[in-house]
Unconditional design. Structure first.
Length: 131
């Protein structure tokens, strides 16, 4: 596929909106989003939306294996969350901290999920299960 846009939509508000510009049209590109949001006791609609950046003939955008999972954070014995949504840049060749979460959890296995919007680029999710 060619250049495309993708986003997470929760009740009409977009999060993690990204323009993906593939280096190779035959490749598949990973996109993922993590958003902690307080939902009211009412019906809510969560969507993964995408579109082709151009309507030119043959410039189609495809999507496969889309999944949405919503978990109640208050039902976990320990749930910690940090986010930083503003855009920052650097010219440093050393790693820079963007978001930091420091807690003293129970000595048990934990699932750690991190996501970041690379500019330019795509979302990447890293999941590690280890204490």
């Amino acid at each position: 596929s060619y250049d495309f846009d993708i986003q997470l939509d929760i009740d009409g508000t977009s999060y993690s909106s990204v323009n993906v510009e593939p280096a190779y049209t035959a490749n598949r590109y990973l996109w993922g989003a993590v958003k902690r949001i307080n939902l009211t006791a009412a019906s809510h609609t969560i969507k993964i939306q995408y579109n082709a950046e151009s309507s030119a003939t043959g410039r189609n955008a495809g999507i496969a294996h889309a999944r949405i999972v919503a978990l109640r954070a208050d039902l976990f014995n320990n749930n910690y969350y940090a986010e930083s949504e503003n855009r920052v840049t650097t010219t440093s060749t050393s790693y820079q901290d963007k978001t930091t979460l420091t807690q003293t959890p129970l000595a048990q296995d934990h699932l750690i999920i991190g996501s970041a919007n690379n500019i330019p680029g795509i979302f990447k999710i890293v999941a590690i299960s280890k204490n």
